[in-house]
Design a protein around this ligand. Sequence first.
Ligand SMILES: Nc1ncnc2c1ncn2[C@@H]1O[C@H](COP(=O)(O)OP(=O)(O)OP(=O)(O)O)[C@@H](O)[C@H]1O
Length: 222
Amino acid sequence: MGILLTIDKLTKSYGPIDVLRGVSLALDAGQTLALTGESGSGKSTLMHLAAALDQPDGGSIALDGVDITTLDDAARARIRRDRIGLVFQQFNLIPSLTVTGNIAFQARLSGRHDPAHCAMLAQRLGIDRLATRYPEELSGGQQQRVAIARALANRPALILADEPTGNLDEATGDAVLDLLLELVGETGAALMMVTHSTRLAARLDRRLHLSRGRLTDPPPGP
Ligand SMILES: Nc1ncnc2c1ncn2[C@@H]1O[C@H](COP(=O)(O)OP(=O)(O)OP(=O)(O)O)[C@@H](O)[C@H]1O
């Protein structure tokens, strides 16, 4: 399998804080990678950059060989819409759309809406009964599962997930991660997932740890 994502010597500072100080990694198509690191180490910053939601100060991010840091806003938005699925901590569900509308939203914009695929995702994630509800009528865990379904609906090449099971109790979180990994496997997507849990990280193909602005192997477990 070929390389999907190549991040090279990425740097990002906020004022005097050098959050990323030369981060490099390569992710193969279909591969799953867990990203750990202390609070404030820059994990979310790295995910936002990989999602083309923000621009680095230096370095490059290539998706399918295209350096997304050199593209204009419209082109970056298109790549995000067509190639990337996001599950971030604030779920960014659209308040005026139902669960079904939220799941289909991005796929509709891409012109690749597949109602049967969306229905399958909702059913597998156990949110099919909530189809006509609005985000404000959902619990945090239910919103998280809608965000996961939405991220997968478009069959993206890359899923970027920042603590995708952070709002769920351990048993539900495990079950949702099982499903996420299953669905990622079925659709052939690659996954980069931030987690604080070494137990959850152990379930992915690879693990990297962000520390002092650089990626390393994770520290040995307890
Ligand atoms: N928009 C911003 N403006 C200023 N500083 C920022 C901004 N975003 C992040 N930071 C700072 O950058 C550092 C890294 O933040 P980031 O959210 O990437 O860490 P994290 O590893 O995801 O943390 P956590 O595990 O707590 O979510 C922190 O010191 C944070 O305060």
